[in-house]
Design a protein around this ligand. Structure first.
Ligand SMILES: Nc1ncnc2c1ncn2[C@@H]1O[C@H](COP(=O)(O)OP(=O)(O)OP(=O)(O)O)[C@@H](O)[C@H]1O
Length: 187
């Protein structure tokens, strides 16, 4: 399956944010390179159906389950790692599957410790784990490696690649290193 973005335009007042943006995202990772303020959040909000474009269309998302890592972690700070995953995944939560992924992401067992006591990188990895554990057809990742060192970035990228398989992933970043051979779309 693929996502087709066709001639997307979006302005706020007289500020054109997306100007005739077109691209196709096929199986696996497509990197969206976006300098700050270039409209990446606006693009993701349009893909999530939270914002309407002025013109243009998005193909391939109707009826699809989208899982996302947002620019902010959007975790429940008073809950533990497990509490966050249980809350988000409901009946889909499986302790063994979750632990295996958290191990892959190098997130140790933090027991009942609330997320507010986590480091930024730990929160980011938990947000990524939550997105990867949810059932999805399409994955939208907004700078998922923020706060991760090289080693953990590589682990996270490998986990994303393996989990997504042939399902489309839009990996939004301003770091060229994140592309690693994936097709690149520039905003
Ligand atoms: N609802 C809105 N009303 C008015 N202007 C907006 C709105 N949303 C975004 N903008 C403007 O559109 C431009 C692009 O915003 P957007 O958040 O999409 O960029 P971004 O690439 O995600 O930026 P950053 O990487 O800094 O988060 C910005 O100049 C922003 O001020």
């Amino acid at each position: 399956m693929e996502i087709g973005v066709r001639n997307l335009c979006k302005s706020f007042g007289d500020q054109a944010v997306l100007r005739d943006l077109s691209f196709t995202a096929g199986p696996g990772i497509t990197c969206v390179m976006a300098p700050s303020g270039s409209g990446k959040t606006t693009l993701l909000r349009i893909l999530l159906g939270l914002e309407r474009p002025d013109s243009g269309t998005v193909e391939g998302l109707t009826g699809r389950r989208i899982s996302a890592v947002f620019q902010e972690d959007r975790l429940l700070e008073h809950l533990s790692a497990e509490g966050n995953l249980r809350f988000a995944l409901g009946r889909e939560y499986d302790a063994k599957t979750a632990r295996a992924l958290l191990d892959r992401l190098d997130l140790p067992d933090t027991g009942a410790q609330p997320v507010r006591e986590f480091s930024g990188g730990m929160k980011r990895r938990l947000a990524l784990a939550r997105a990867l554990l949810a059932p999805f057809d399409v994955l939208l990742l907004d700078e998922p490696f923020t706060g991760l060192d090289q080693e953990n970035r590589a682990r996270a990228l490998a986990a994303i690649r393996e989990t997504a398989g042939v399902r489309p992933v839009l990996l939004v970043t301003h770091d060229t290193a994140d592309a690693e051979g994936a097709p690149v779309v520039r905003l």
